[in-house]
Design a protein around this ligand. Structure first.
Ligand code: PMV
Length: 342
């Protein structure tokens, strides 16, 4: 059984859990699923084996990465009332662990492939809940285009689990035609995982409560702006929400800092673009890379400006830039299964 899913980039960020075990977030979030960087995951049940085999990019996974995948398979086996071990083979086309949402595409693809392989008949909402248990942001990659992940209510109960899932937001007016210009400033794995960083931020940052509260207002404004095709407001709200999230991290004790000199150089470039009359707005996740929201018609100009800004930081003379539009939700790849005789 083979499934693919694409990463998503949040415009209203998920940062902080109220329930670590059930992966229940502190607040609602909104994202755009990309049309680039798919993860493809194949799973084959292997009843004779004693343990699961997990391959990522052709290499056997070990340590925490393997533990998370096996814990996820245990969850699926528990739901299906089955015990068979599995062989999982995953291929990411996005650099893993660099704040480019590889865990979102990875667990969305694994949720769909493993639920199908173990015979669970889940609708998209249930799949989104399941993907959430692997990595929170994966709940949103089940859906294409723009999606909202509802935080839901409560902790520790089945009702709380059922209350938190993503769903698609209505299709955008065609005149919005948004893209994200992604500046790949540094694709090395980050020093601290988003999981650990958000836990530390919630626990120690005096700014966290204030950001969580302002995020609620950001979300309302974002939904109205998306519904109205108002790219300017979508961008402004996304940028302030992301920078506010990084402010909470900078105020954590000790600070968590994903922002690099090149990140700030690109932020300057985005500000200059706006001064020059180009609607362009930045968002940044748990890593130094910057994603710039703009109209497709402006994407080439934005990409040039982003490259030039990144070059100011001497280490980044040739910063790769990828232009991503709204992409598809997670899907099964029956064609590959048939060819491979699975
Ligand atoms: O799903 P995780 O644990 O990889 O966390 C994702 C956190 C951010 O990417 C920074 C924000 C988001 O909403 O995707």
């Amino acid at each position: 059984m083979t499934a693919s899913a694409c990463p998503n980039i949040a415009l209203i960020k998920y940062w902080g859990k109220r329930d670590e075990h059930l992966v229940l977030p502190c607040g609602d979030s909104v994202s755009m699923t990309l049309d680039v960087f798919p993860t493809t995951t194949t799973i084959r049940l292997n009843p004779e084996a004693e343990a699961d085999t997990v391959m990522i990019g052709g290499v056997g996974a070990a340590g925490e990465v393997r533990r998370r995948v096996v814990a996820f398979l245990d969850l699926v086996r528990g739901m299906a009332g089955r015990a068979d071990a599995a062989v999982v083979e995953t291929r990411n086309t996005v650099p893993t662990g660099a704040g480019l949402a590889s865990s979102a595409s990875g667990f969305a693809a694994l949720a769909l492939a493993s639920a199908t392989a173990y015979g669970l008949d889940l609708d998209a909402t249930a799949l989104s809940r399941l993907a959430r248990r692997g990595s929170g942001s994966a709940a949103r990659s089940i859906f294409g285009g723009f999606a909202i992940w509802h935080a839901g209510k409560g902790t520790g109960t089945t009702a709380a689990d059922l209350s938190s899932y993503a769903e698609p937001l209505p299709a955008l007016a065609p005149e919005l035609d948004p893209v994200l210009v992604i500046a790949l400033l540094n694709t090395a794995p980050k020093a601290i995982s988003s999981r650990a960083a958000m836990r530390h931020t919630v626990k120690t940052s005096p700014l966290y409560e204030a950001w969580a509260m302002s995020s609620k207002h950001d979300l309302i404004e974002m939904r109205t702006a998306l519904a109205g095709g108002d790219l300017h407001t979508v961008g402004e709200v996304a940028e302030r929400n992301a920078l506010g999230m990084h402010a909470t991290m900078l105020a954590a004790r000790p600070a968590v800092r994903y922002l690099a000199p090149a990140t700030l150089a690109v932020l300057d470039g985005v500000t200059q673009l706006r001064r020059d009359g180009v609607p362009a707005y930045a968002t940044i996740d748990a890593g130094p890379n910057v994603k710039v929201l703009c109209r497709r018609a402006d994407a080439a100009q934005v990409a040039t400006a982003v490259r030039a800004a990144a070059a100011h930081d001497t280490n980044h003379t040739a910063c790769p830039v990828v232009i991503a539009g709204p992409g598809p939700g997670a899907s099964l790849r029956a064609d590959q299964d048939a060819q491979a005789g699975r």
